[in-house]
Design a protein around this ligand. Structure first.
Ligand code: FE
Ligand code: CA
Length: 505
């Protein structure tokens, strides 16, 4: 590896004429920041991506990138160092899997290329599986449409003390939409690899997003907008031809992997990327990260049944064979919950799990067909697995709906008096516009399992866990249009161990 990277480095220096219009390294080759993720007791993934002088120009040739990880912020007590190759075929992204680390402690890291140093990032390994961990803290967030606001929420998140950030999807948006834009995408809808790379580069040029990555390890899953709006497996509402859409999905998945601190084992193969994953944080919590996009059944019913973007109820919605996770992930999830043995099960996933129906004027019920309400049989299966777990305390963290929610999850939503088996929290959106407060109030009124809702606010959720309780706070910025906005905590909840359900704190 050493030798290969040395030679590759020489190539970049001495053979510029080999490549077409070789774009040189940027003055600041680390202009997209640094990141870490996939925190395990003895390892983390360190990430960066080299930039060309023009952000949207491809950088050609391979580069040798040095990395250092240390026990202190000044990188004096170095524990490991090495070299990685930044290659054109992976967009000059670097994913370094550092192992041999100590559990449950912070590390600091830095990259260097052609004598230029990156900013220093901080990361944190997970505690040892058997350790009695007194406290865990996570932020959970989703939906950061770049045009609709600034990332002040992420700057505040960077200042929190966290074990990890859980990012639950819509990291980029493929489309330009919404009102009152504060800044703009620099292209149309991406469908090719270089276009997706450029979209990530634009989002990642934001200093507050970089700060949140540099401060904490991130654990990530995706939703639809990393690829195409409301897509399901091999089709999207705008791309009906599966062959064409899978080519777009392959480009989108590759760009996603390139820009996230994910391990090499998750490198995509064509339009496939196994993203679902399991983490353990000592004896206190196990975390299941779910992918409900890649394998899901196509959306139910016909377009003409959709009113105001809500799906009018139909027989197909209830079809028992309609999957959300796909057979393999479903089995993996059920097996993981059956064998769970920490105090808490945590689920990090995309979209609202609680039922949120709306009664239309003609008396018919309507649901959000792209979320779990469009897949009630699959939701029942997942909740059956939750109920069958020997661990009786499960907290679900969700994104997608661009509003804050706290909800009781029933094993059977058709039996409203049935027992609450888990508790769900949706941490709003970082910037993406969503439900008005009026819409939120009517949903609260019609769905008793939705215990709290907040619309027209932007930010993230914070969860602190010990063996007795989970404490959840919703953090909202004062003004999403102000990059320097302050932050407030408009709502706090507790979930007591042994007694699932939302309680106000
Ligand atoms: Fe979103
Ligand atoms: Ca979404």
């Amino acid at each position: 590896m050493h030798r290969r990277s040395f030679v590759a480095g020489l190539g970049a220096l001495w053979l510029p004429s080999l490549a077409r219009a070789e774009a040189p390294l940027a003055q600041d080759p680390f202009g997209l920041g640094v990141a870490s993720g996939h925190p395990k007791p003895d390892s983390v993934v360190l990430w960066t991506r080299l930039l060309a002088a023009e952000r949207t120009q491809p950088l050609t040739g391979s580069f040798s990138v040095g990395w250092t990880i240390a026990e202190d912020e000044r990188l004096a007590r170095v524990v490991r160092r090495g070299e990685a190759v930044a290659e054109p075929r992976w967009g000059h992204a670097v994913h370094v899997e550092v192992d041999g680390l100590k559990p449950g402690r912070p590390y600091w890291y830095r990259f260097v290329v052609n004598g230029k140093e990156s900013p220093t990032g901080r990361t944190l390994t997970a505690p040892e599986p058997a350790e009695r961990v007194p406290l865990l803290r996570f932020a959970f967030a989703s939906c950061q449409q770049y045009e609709q606001g600034y990332y002040a929420a992420l700057r505040h998140m960077a200042g929190e003390e966290l074990n990890a950030v859980l990012f639950l999807g819509d990291y980029i948006y493929e489309s330009s939409w919404g009102r009152h834009h504060v800044r703009h995408h620099d292209g149309g809808r991406p469908t090719l690899l270089f276009e997706f790379r450029n979209r990530y580069a634009l989002y990642k040029s934001d200093p507050d997003l970089q700060a949140a990555h540099a401060a904490h390890p991130w654990i990530v899953t995706w939703d639809d907008h990393e690829v195409a709006n409301d897509y399901a497996d091999d089709i999207s509402p705008e791309d009906h031809d599966p062959k064409q859409f899978l080519a777009i999905r392959a480009a989108a998945y590759q760009a996603y992997w390139e820009h996230m601190p994910l391990p090499n084992s998750m490198q995509p193969r064509g339009p496939s990327l196994r993203l679902y994953d399991h983490y353990r944080f000592g004896g206190l919590a196990e975390l299941f990260v779910i992918d409900d996009r890649q394998y899901r059944a196509h959306n139910a019913c016909h377009a003409e049944r959709i009113r105001d973007r809500m799906l009018v109820d139909c027989a197909e919605r209830l079809d028992a064979t309609r999957t959300m996770l796909g057979t393999a992930q479903e089995a993996w999830f059920a097996d993981g919950l059956k064998r769970a043995s920490a105090h808490w099960n945590l689920l990090a996933q995309q979209t609202l799990m609680a039922e949120a129906g709306r009664r239309l004027k003609d008396g018919k019920l309507a649901f959000w067909g792209d979320g779990w309400d469009g897949y009630p049989a699959a939701r029942r299966k997942l909740l059956d697995a939750v109920a069958a777990s020997p661990v009786k305390d499960t907290v679900v963290m969700s994104g997608d709906v661009h509003s804050f929610w706290a909800a009781d999850l029933k094993q059977d939503f058709a039996a409203p008096k049935s027992r609450t088996i888990a508790t769900e929290f949706v941490g709003g959106s970082i910037t993406s516009q969503g439900f008005s407060n009026e819409r939120v109030r009517s949903l609260l009124h019609e769905n008793p399992d939705l215990r709290y809702g907040l619309g027209g606010a932007y930010g993230y959720g914070h969860i602190a866990l010990d063996s007795k309780a989970a404490s959840i706070s919703f953090r909202t910025v004062n003004d999403v249009r102000d990059p320097k906005s302050g932050i407030a905590t408009p709502a706090r909840f507790v979930v007591e161990a042994g007694d699932p359900g939302v309680k106000s704190a």
